[in-house]
Design a binder for this molecule. Sequence first.
Ligand SMILES: [Zn+2]
Length: 272
Amino acid sequence: MYYIDPHIHMVSRTTDDYETLAKMGCVAVSEPAFWAGYDRGSVDGFRDYFEQLTAFEPKRAGWYGIQHFTWLCINAKEAENVALSREVIAMIPEFLDRPGVLGIGEIGLNKNTRNEATVFLEHIDLAVKTNEQILIHTPHLEDKYQGTRMILDMLTGDGRLQRDRVLVDHVEEHTVGLVLDQGFWAGMTLYPVSKCTPQRACDMVEIYGPERLLVNSAGDWGPSKPTAVPDFIMEMRKRGHAESLIRRVVYENPLKFFGQSRGFRFNSPLDA
Ligand SMILES: [Zn+2]
């Protein structure tokens, strides 16, 4: 089955991973900007990173027949440095009209601090003013519930936002309902050690239905599995779900969400 991984950090993966994804039916990936494993020292570090995300990484994906899309921001961890964050936010528009850029992300909260919230709101303001979509990271484990509540309060407090152009990622059982009820898209991240498993993601599709739900691997340089979306497909098949339902979650839903971005041009493998 063709599928799309809507949240995967390919800069931290090998070309072998691209080849494996392609063999498993992956036709497109979307890569949000994230933490590099160290705090970057200046705005130029981000400019170089955005260059990599928008110029080289799509080329590398293309070698395996995979289309590559991206999101730009300064992540929540480095947002503690508000002065640097403001320099990055002012620089982002240099890249927004490049092919394959889908919007602002992954912004969000990490430790739910005041500085993180300040930078989150300034990203939202940029997204609204530039008419970009938004992809949001929610915090880990013990900080997730409170952080998700804070994020939803900030989002719903801005009357300018179009909620169906915002994706709130890394939802779990205790946050998915909050996100969907408010009209946002929700992403389930399949991780070997935390977040969600393929089984729990299937449970959530069974409980909430496929509307505005996405599944991703978040594959990065930590313990993660870039082929987690095919694991979800297998689990859905084992449970006897229709292929049309599975395809809706792993293929049609990402297309519908991404399709609202002006930077999204998709060459459908079905047209080939
Ligand atoms: Zn991520």
